[in-house]
Design a protein around this ligand. Structure first.
Ligand code: GLC
Length: 548
């Protein structure tokens, strides 16, 4: 009899998202780097994650936090360069940690050699991007009505080498991020080669940036004012994109062990997401609803039900995340009044000036959310600093903000920098051990008051958020193995079983008595006298079971 093949590692993994410039500064220039990350690998192994996802580490002018890539086959010298990256992958593997890196196929940086050649008039290079003549007299108007995700038109006009106004090029994000033409076979071939470049260096997989954006409708017709986030739009989610992923999957499957892809795919019509998860395409896609869903029982239940139904349909596991580098940190989202169903980045940030956050409340809810997300079937992604209970830094001065969303909104929208502030490791004042003593100030300012949230402080406190994450990620491996089954409950309480483990999350309004015959294996806050308080979650095991 042959024993059944074990499920591949990624189907139940906990993955830690690293923003290398904000994680740890090893060389003392105020910017995090791979020396710093390598030195802290034992911290990540001890946290109990299975893999790391490193956001773009390529050479980049850093217009969009590295999502403007100048060279896909190198690592930014400011982070330590390629040799340092190779050493990092080896050392991570030695500690049993897999490594996923980010691939940004929708657009390059305007500093990429291809785009520079395109601007200089090289016809083959221009054909790799989406250059088009303008409309109206003298071509003075953009070729269509599409809007950039960062605000303003999706088109920028170029100047020809002879100094005259030339064609326009498409950029779904900042003007410094020209979109590639994925109908061009050279573009397709180039990225297959880039995938192999990193797989040959031991990388275990990729997070695919803007996976739904690569192919645009032929002819680039007007979007006619349709909202790309909620309606079909010719700039997004075209059927032909699936050919790209089928080719990528062949490359990944040719490796031993096969390499993995996780999609960032914000499709407007959720029923189209499963297409990305067909068995010959991408392995999983982030479940994005938890990034915005209100801290309420009903909306959370609906999100979980939908995700489990997709997992059932596709066979791809749910990939849970409470936060990432693009959204307001959950401590802060939960620290203000809650939306009926969900907010958005824009609505969250719009109320920063008008509603004072109750961070203690936000932190209690974020801890409960951690026990919820780590208890769900599938993978869980943890964004750096989440395990420390960091809040969004809302008061970064305008002049220090770097996210193009801030400038392109005319300063109205603070942008995403507040979730990207360098981590506090030790001490009572900036740089909180992020950089060695005597270094210049970190690249984004850290707030006062983070002393109690440093890793060093939380390691001393058995009730800290860090201690909670360590316990949860450890116990999850043994306690969260069965399928999810809902338990009937009263309004406000979310309850489900995973095998013999029972998970309760109390969204309120009242404390609830815990069930008989069970005891608490882990709780997000104090739960004295057999009662689960509001904004608290608990993992319960039968009285006789040893949770270790
Ligand atoms: C993705 C990234 C985001 C970036 C955008 C453009 O959404 O997560 O940070 O700005 O792509 O590359």
């Amino acid at each position: 009899m042959t024993s059944p093949t074990p499920a591949p590692w990624w189907r139940t993994a906990a993955v830690y998202q690293v923003l290398p410039r904000s994680f740890a500064d090893g060389n003392g220039d105020g910017v995090g780097d791979l020396i710093g990350l390598r030195a802290r690998l034992p911290y990540l192994a001890e946290l109990g994650v299975d893999a790391l996802w490193v956001t773009p580490w390529y050479p980049s002018p850093m217009v969009d936090n590295g999502y403007d890539v100048a060279d896909y086959r190198d690592v930014d010298p400011a982070l330590g360069g390629l040799a340092e990256a190779e050493a990092f992958v080896r050392e991570a593997h030695d500690l049993g940690l897999r490594v996923l890196v980010d691939i940004v196929p929708n657009h390059t940086s305007d500093a990429h050699a291809w785009f520079q050649a395109a601007l200089a008039g090289d016809a083959a290079a221009r054909a790799r991007y989406l250059f088009r003549p303008g409309r109206g007299e003298g071509g003075a108007l953009p070729p269509n009505d599409w809007e950039s995700c960062f605000g303003g038109p999706s088109w920028t006009r170029t100047i020809d080498p002879d100094g005259r106004p030339g064609e326009w090029y498409l950029h779904s994000f900042a003007p410094e991020q020209p979109d590639l033409d994925w109908r061009n076979p050279e573009v397709r071939a180039e990225f297959l080669d880039v995938l192999r470049f990193w797989f040959d260096r031991g990388v275990d997989g990729f997070r695919v940036d803007v996976a739904h954006g690569l192919v645009k409708e032929a002819g680039l017709p007007d979007g006619l004012g349709r909202d790309r986030r909620t309606e079909e739009h010719p700039g997004w989610d075209q059927d032909e994109v699936h050919e790209v992923y089928r080719a990528w999957r062949e490359v990944a499957d040719a490796y031993d062990p096969p390499r993995v892809f996780v999609a960032e795919a914000w499709v407007a019509r959720p029923e189209r997401l499963p297409m990305y998860l067909r068995p010959d395409e991408l392995h999983m896609a982030f479940e994005f609803e938890p990034l915005h869903v209100a801290w309420r029982e009903g909306p959370w239940r609906r999100v979980i039900e939908r995700s489990l139904a997709t997992a059932e349909l596709t066979g791809a596991p749910s990939a849970w995340a409470l936060t990432n580098h693009d959204v307001v940190r959950q401590v802060t989202r939960y620290a203000r009044s809650q939306w009926p169903e969900r907010g958005t980045n824009e609505t969250e940030r719009a109320r920063w000036g008008s509603e004072v956050p109750d961070l203690a409340l936000g932190r209690a809810r974020a801890r409960a959310a951690a026990l919820l997300s780590t208890a769900l079937p599938g993978l869980v992604y943890v964004y750096e600093g989440e395990e420390l209970g960091l809040q969004e830094v809302e008061d970064i001065p305008s002049a220090r903000r770097l996210d193009p969303i801030h400038a392109r909104s005319g300063g109205r929208d603070p942008g995403r920098d507040g979730s990207r502030v360098p981590l506090p490791w030790s001490g009572d004042s900036p740089p909180y051990g992020f950089s060695p003593p005597g270094s210049p100030e970190p690249w984004l300012p850290q707030p006062p008051g983070w002393g109690p949230l440093t890793v060093a402080a939380q390691e001393q406190d058995p009730d800290s958020t860090l201690a909670l994450y360590r316990r949860a990620l450890g116990l999850r491996r043994t306690l969260m193995t069965g399928p999810l089954e809902w338990c009937p409950t009263d309004d406000g309480l979310l309850a489900f079983a995973r095998g013999t483990t029972v998970v309760w999350v109390n969204f309120g309004p009242d404390a609830v008595p815990l069930p008989a015959g069970m005891r608490i294996a882990l709780a997000s806050g104090p739960a004295p006298d057999g009662v689960l308080p509001v904004d608290t979650a608990a993992w319960l095991v039968p009285d006789e079971e040893d949770p270790r």
